[in-house]
Design a protein around this ligand. Structure first.
Ligand code: COA
Length: 174
């Protein structure tokens, strides 16, 4: 059964955002958003199989964020069954056409609230490519703290290496 949409407060520059489970029918939009070069270069693992696994894995949840009934962002959260209540924000992206208008911040706020309130997370963590200044600025301003850097952890398509910055927020820091 589809769970009801959960409305959350939002920053003043974003319209009301709602959160629901991503469905199989949404995956074409996920794929289109992720094949955009300004999205693709910032992501790690991807592809239809990766997303389908996230739709069905009880340890993960694949979320669609909507504004005025339109999907503006997607997020994947993992570690829902983690015994340490350490939950991972494994993916967040704004649909390219909706970027830069506050939807990313509103989506992040909604996902953070959901992790701490609905999933009772103690720690919410993520990794982000060190060159992704846009996302790092957003995470930092939302209250995530940098924990350290995984040097040259990812091999890129051109054989160069990217480092990952690990960031987290604790339930006491919300
Ligand atoms: C990162 C991302 C989710 C942000 O969403 P968005 O809708 O573009 O961002 P918003 O309009 O909500 O802006 C939120 C904050 O992001 C930062 N930001 C947004 N656009 C920026 C830009 N062009 N340059 C630098 N910082 C920027 C700012 O801190 C901004 O806050 P401010 O407006 O109060 O200064 C989105 O750009 C995206 O999907 N990027 C590609 C995928 C990605 O990098 N995902 C994260 C992987 S870890």
């Amino acid at each position: 059964m589809r769970e009801p949409e959960h409305h959350v407060r939002h920053p003043p520059d974003a319209s009301m955002i709602a959160i629901r489970q991503t469905t199989e029918a949404d995956l074409a939009l996920v794929e289109a958003a992720e094949s955009d070069p300004d999205t693709r270069r910032w992501l790690g693992d991807t592809g239809a199989a990766w997303h389908r696994a996230a739709l069905t894995d009880p340890d993960q949840e694949h979320l669609a964020l909507t504004s005025d009934g339109q999907i503006v962002a997607f997020a994947v959260v993992a570690g829902l069954r983690n015994p340490h209540s350490s939950v991972e924000l494994r993916r967040i992206l704004t649909v390219p056409a909706h970027r830069g208008r506050g939807h990313g911040r509103a989506a992040l706020t909604a996902v953070v609230d959901r992790a701490f309130v609905m999933h009772d997370a103690h720690r919410l963590w993520l990794d982000v490519k060190s060159g992704n200044t846009r996302a790092r600025r957003l995470y930092r301003s939302a209250g995530f703290v940098e924990e350290g850097r995984l040097r040259d952890a990812l091999r890129e398509a051109d054989d160069s290496f990217s480092s990952l910055v690990v960031m987290s927020m604790l339930s006491t820091e919300r």
